[in-house]
Design a protein around this ligand. Sequence first.
Ligand code: PLP
Length: 373
Amino acid sequence: MPYFDYAATTPCDARVLETIADHARMPLNASSVHQMGQRARRLLTEARERLAGCLGVTDPAWIVFTSGATEAVNLALRGYQETLGRRMRVLSSPIEHACVTDTLAALAEHGRADVERLAVVPSGRLLMPETLRDPIDLLCIMHANNETGVIQDVTTARDFARDNGIVWLCDASQSLGKIPLDLGVLGADWTVVSSHKVYGPTGVGCLIGPAVKRLESQLTGGPQEDERRAGTQAVALILGFVRAVELAIADMESRRAHLDHLEHVFFDRLDQAGVVWRRNGEAPFLPGFFNVTFDNAAEAMDAVIALDQMGFQVSPGSACSTGVVSISPVLEAMYPGDCVRAAGGVRVTFGKDTAEREVFALADAIIKLWKKG
Ligand code: PLP
């Protein structure tokens, strides 16, 4: 069945699966003292060094492997609040992933954080304040949005954080592997990435940054990950993750060219059939990633269900909000008062293995639905 939801998750690359299988066969516990344990430790150290090399990370010890981006965000937000030992003052945005917004909401509910939100404009970009009314401890601004694919102005975010002496948590889960990501240049105190968005296995990701040492661990147990994340490391998955990142970086240009081509033929086909569509947000976008509201907009969920019944898998927004039929808070924040636009946004994301004929078939299915009205 043609799949157009690569922003939700990607299939594991065959070469990555091989790496995982080669290592999952072995009893690799990096905390064991015997030779197999030593081997696991060596593999883990190498994996950390290779990932640091891929992402411009100065010190491999700044990487804390977790089960994914959600856990990494929880470690950063909850861990930093505990380190501060008081109510944390946070400046966040209305377009963050639920793992950020819901964790901040939970901290606020328990009197552990005060959260202010930046404004977002219709381009999907955040407006940085000229000055700060009150002191802020933490800035939460993502790298690229998971519903629209809009890439944020991260240089301005970095300068703002530096000028105001604020630590910055940057969720780069959607950017990793799709656009160049050099964490030395990015300059966030903590960056979050996830393996299953980049053709790696599900169940692994990491929190990276010079400030990881400033976090209270959120799991009790063993001293793994420099006492930042208790629990036996998933060595085979971590090796698969690192391999997936290496492949994504090596193939980035050709993947991008392929995705740009697919996007071009997709919109061309819709235009030729006279379909009227509005792309939500403004460039720069992640490649092969778009959120579109059609002119005679059915509710996004209806369109997604109709397309699913025709064999095409797209998304009404972020996968994490599936099942709850509500207007996307991201589009709502971008287009306040324009319910039709916000409710009709359909997210389509292409992947490295998406074929041109699949894209034509999707466009034709949309044209058919659009003509039906
Ligand atoms: N952050 C963003 C921007 C995402 O798109 C996602 C996944 O949808 C996450 C965080 C959560 O990632 P994980 O599934 O690794 O917990």
